[in-house]
Design a protein around this ligand. Sequence first.
Ligand code: BT5
Length: 321
Amino acid sequence: MASTREQLITLLSSKSNTFVSGQWISEQLNLSRTAVWKQIKQLKSDGYVFEAVPNKGYRLVTIPDKVSENTLVWGLETKWLGREVEHYSSLDSTQTLAKKRALEDGHHGLVVVADKQNKGKGRLNRYWESDHDQGVWMSFVLKPDLEPSHAPQLTLLTAVVLAETIESISNVTPQIKWPNDLLLDGKKVAGILTEMQGEQDQIHFVVIGLGLNLNQKNFSKQLSEIATSLCQHTTHSYDKNAFIQAFLTHFEQAYDVFIQHGFDQVRNKWLTYGFRLNETVSYQVGKKAKTGQIRGITDQGALIIENDQKQEYIYSGEIDW
Ligand code: BT5
């Protein structure tokens, strides 16, 4: 059941072309006039802008650019993903908190978002630069009925959905560098971190973290050669709320299809975005250096490389991109 605030926002946004009176709102929502006035006052302090004309009423003019739990759920049409959102202006890492929530029995679909992270992390304890509010730093909890060996498919699914969302919002097509990077012109625009807890034949939970460089105009010295943002790439800036909502909507649909119908569709889409597909790369197996052509991905999420007409499966990244 939507909160009064959500109902009010939905109502006002559906009437954003006209003025609606306080009386009319109170009748629609079954609230006193004073309660309506209080809610509107709260929305104003959260950055919502209204035009108010005596005897005509209110008109919602803009919703805030600032991210909050309310702006994130405002108009979000998902069934389970992001129905519960925690938003922080500053956090060590959304991933760490989402894992804590998952351990405390946080729900399938719980989303944690931070404006900035003080200890953003990548894989293998690498750092993730996110100590500012120009990007999307978000983690979410999944409790899939999947075999643990299939969990890497979720990283690939996330990469595909992220690529599609970037495409739909900005009209540029990123490439997916196996297993978890999204690139624009060869520079990293996003990274995905998938962490799982489970037993041999059962997943307890998976937490997926994604870091997307959205509106940065520049990067630290270490990253400036290897990283980019959607804004740097297209010279536009983007609405973070809208991006997150588009991603969540898209992810929920794709995930439900994946759980019902399996990995094939994800794989086919992945192949359309795959970085250096059918190109020759150098890679390492144990201590042996080899070269071969990237051919695709397996059901377990391994990278397929063809070498002397034999296929090899690479499970962790020893590719010399
Ligand atoms: C990743 O790791 O690419 C996964 C990044 C996941 C970040 C999200 S943000 C929300 C959630 N909360 C967290 O604390 N983490 C997740 P990896 O493949 O290990 O890449 C890390 C490497 O990318 C670093 O060693 C840097 O070289 C580079 N890097 C760091 N920050 C970057 C940035 N903002 N943009 C592009 N590259 C970056």
